[in-house]
Design a protein around this ligand. Structure first.
Ligand code: GCV
Length: 716
């Protein structure tokens, strides 16, 4: 069943929970923003379409009519969204003119579905924006001033529509537009770690959105709402099951359920991907082995791919976690990761599907240092992967820590496409309890200069294929929505879903610009209030780093990945303990990864390698990641390491308290329900930040044997 947005609006109006703004009453003329509603629950995410205040009066002459050409489901979604959004933003319904063109028409279409757009003859400009890009232009057709949103495909037109709406949602001018956009990256995917039993690994917003028991017959309205939210920020696919994959997802009865989702998502441009368990030929297919060089195994994967494409013609491909944390893989059969990836790639290639093969591997027999292992394994295989394989690499070499230097595989793989995996779900960043905006963290990663081909070879450029040209590019996010009414648990965790989409579309956007637009769309367009919220978001990740793992410390946690456990020295594997990483003793703290230590710095290109290696030059934010330092090591501030560490923890806890105070000052400026819900979580965050400070400093103090200096605020 294809559920278009228009149909969904009707569902929403009939009382089901919807993202839709349906129900906008009459044609009001309000220019000032109305007082914030009392009870927003966050369901509408950044698609609330609250009236933009004064700007609305400038928008009305530009948006007097709406004309969306085309009769497909996607065109229907564009039409419904434009109408409902414009009505809400402008305070009254905007008529359509589907057959003619009046002054102030917003015209949306493609050369394929619109004679008007074809006649504009924007051939070269449209060619330049590719399949998913769009042009938005204020122009004239005949004598009529109009705004044209044109694209080569209807999904491109959908993205253009959301861009246009975003301009209005954020109070920007729309009367002289001339812009063209195309996504920098091809694969912009959500990675869900959802299990068939409805749980979500590292999920903090309730149970899975996917109602397997009801599928394929019954489709929750949330599936379409989810796809709409993804499309609104350019996300073009989703891997719907956990990388710790239950092989049964590939069983015929489950594939029929998966196909039902894919049908809902198709008009939104959200393609379906699955995690495949490498042992599926044995566990689902009854083949005696999963050896990738076995012909029976290759045949099984080929037949499985054919079956999937029979049900889902635009299936995107497989994501695989192999030989990692207990998952089966090619190494079980003495084969390489490349041989494993290639058997799946060959099965998908006739259908133009891709394999995303994860580099999150850390076999103990490769190297004693977990941070070095993936680089060692994968660089050896560079050039051996089929063209439709991308190696999917986490931003850092350990595991989504609050701060890691970029993974050396970025730039380090020269002949194999590398796509980035980041994590919106805040597994190690306060989960859904702490307010932590990750746009700043991801920008730090994307802007890191790998020097793979000289200065300026940033991670963003590596990902976009500008450093080692290749044909597959992408960025994915382990993502955060669940059945929680506000999708993400914490209202501010929505900003991480949003920031991921925006950065995957354009990694050169600034974290600040993204925070600003998200705030305006999600909370308020009032300049002063928006600036306060934006600034609070911008400082939130550094505050978190300060009160949890500053100066390059990492993995000071236990199994819940939430609370401080620096003393954690027992786990199934030594590299799951905290002591393995911090190496605190009376002589100092930190992991020596220098050329005098375990040589991990040598995985980076010069001069990055030398920068990290030289204790005097190493950025202090990474100091203890790369160096084991004496407690009285002199920091750039002139303080001893111990004093600096104490100051960081104290500052972090103070920053959390300041965050809370700032938030309190916004009471009455945004709707009271969301204000209160965020305030409730800030109480937890402030208490936890103090716990982190106290427990970590008490623990490290046992080694430093030095007192904790009084915090700056105490000494006043
Ligand atoms: C899905 C970390 C997480 C695991 C996760 C793993 C991975 O170790 O804690 O829950 O497994 O990363 O990315 O595969």
């Amino acid at each position: 069943m294809n559920m278009t947005r228009r149909e969904f609006v009707a569902v929403g109006l009939a009382g089901a929970a919807g993202l839709c703004v349906g129900g906008v009453a009459g044609a009001g003329n309000a220019v000032e923003p109305p007082p914030p509603p009392v009870g927003e629950d966050g369901y509408k995410l950044w698609l609330r379409y609250a009236p933009p205040g004064d700007a609305a009066k400038n928008y009305r002459p530009v948006v007097r009519r709406i004309r969306v050409d085309g009769s497909s489901a996607t065109s229907g979604i564009i039409r419904a969204e434009l109408h409902s959004a414009a009505a809400a933003l402008l305070g009254g319904a905007v008529p359509s003119n589907e057959n003619d063109l009046a002054d102030g028409t917003v015209l949306v279409g493609t050369p394929g579905n619109s004679a008007l757009i074809r006649d504009l003859n924007w051939v070269a400009d449209l060619a330049a924006v590719g399949n998913e890009g769009f042009i938005i232009r204020s122009t004239r057709i005949g004598n009529s001033p109009v705004t044209v949103i044109a694209a080569n495909t209807e999904v491109g037109a959908l993205y253009g529509t959301f861009h246009f709406l975003r301009l209005m949602q954020t109070g920007r001018p729309i009367d002289r537009l001339d812009l063209a956009e195309r996504p920098a990256l091809q694969l912009r995917l959500m990675n869900h770690w959802d299990n068939p039993n409805g749980t979500i690994e590292r999920g903090y917003a309730g149970r899975s959105l996917w109602q397997w028991d009801e599928l394929p017959g019954k489709l929750s309205p949330r599936y379409a709402d989810y796809a709409l939210a993804c499309a609104s920020i350019g996300i073009n696919g989703a891997v719907i099951n956990n990388v710790n994959a239950d092989p049964r997802i590939l069983a015929p009865e489950n594939l029929r359920k998966v196909a039902a989702f894919a049908d809902v998502w198709r008009p939104y441009g959200v393609r379906m991907y699955l995690c495949a368990n490498f042992a599926a030929p044995m566990r689902v297919g009854g083949v005696p082995t999963a050896d990738p060089l076995d012909q029976g195994v290759a045949d099984w994967w080929k037949a499985k791919a054919d079956e999937i494409y029979g049900l889902i013609p635009d299936f995107g491909g497989f994501l695989v976690k192999a030989n990692s944390e207990g998952q089966p893989g090619p190494k079980t059969y003495g084969r390489t990761h490349a041989e494993g990836a290639n058997v799946l790639a060959d099965a998908l290639a006739p259908h133009k599907g891709n394999v995303m093969w994860r580099a999150f591997v850390y076999d103990e027999d490769v190297d004693p240092d977990r941070a070095k292992r993936a680089y060692i394994e994968f660089t050896k295989l560079d050039g051996q992967f089929r063209p439709n394989v991308a190696v999917q690499v986490k931003n850092g070499a350990i595991d989504f820590m609050p701060r890691e230097p970029f993974h050396p595989l970025f730039g380090g793989m020269k002949q194999t496409p590398v796509i980035a995996e980041i994590q919106a779900t805040q597994e190690y960043l306060g989960q859904a309890k702490h307010l932590v905006y990750l746009g700043t963290m991801w920008k730090e990663f994307l802007d890191s200069d790998t020097h793979a081909k000289g200065s300026g070879s940033t991670v963003a450029k590596v990902l976009a294929g500008q450093v080692h040209p290749g044909h597959l590019t992408g960025m994915v996010s382990v993502t955060n929505p669940g059945l929680h009414r506000n999708w993400c648990g914490h209202h501010f965790s929505q900003s991480n879903w949003y920031a991921f989409g925006r950065l995957a579309w354009n990694p050169e956007l600034s974290a600040e610009a993204i925070a600003d637009e998200w705030t305006r769309m999600t909370f308020t367009n009032d300049d002063k209030t928006a600036a306060v919220i934006r600034d609070l978001m911008m400082g939130s990740r550094e505050a978190f780093v300060n009160y949890t793992m500053p100066l390059g410390l990492h993995h000071l946690i236990g199994g819940d990945h939430y609370a401080p456990r620096p003393w954690n020295d027992r786990a199934l594997r030594s590299d799951w303990t905290a002591t393995y990483y911090h190496k605190a003793s009376e002589d100092g703290v930190g992991f020596d990864r220098t050329k005098r230590g375990d040589h991990a710095v040598e995985q980076y290109f010069p001069p990055v390698c030398d920068l990290f290696d030289d204790i005097a030059k190493c950025p202090e934010k990474h100091l203890l990641w790369f160096h084991h330092c004496a407690w009285d090591y002199r920091m750039k501030s002139g303080k001893m390491l111990w004093d600096e560490l104490c100051a960081k923890y104290q500052a972090g806890a103070e920053q959390a308290a300041a965050l809370q105070q700032t938030w309190q000052s916004l009471a009455g400026k945004i709707d009271s329900r969301r204000h209160q819900e965020v305030a409730d979580r800030l109480v937890i965050q402030v208490a936890d930040s103090a716990k982190w400070r106290d427990q970590i400093l008490e623990y490290f103090g046992r080694f430093s044997k030095m007192p904790v200096p009084r915090a700056s605020s105490e000494s006043k």
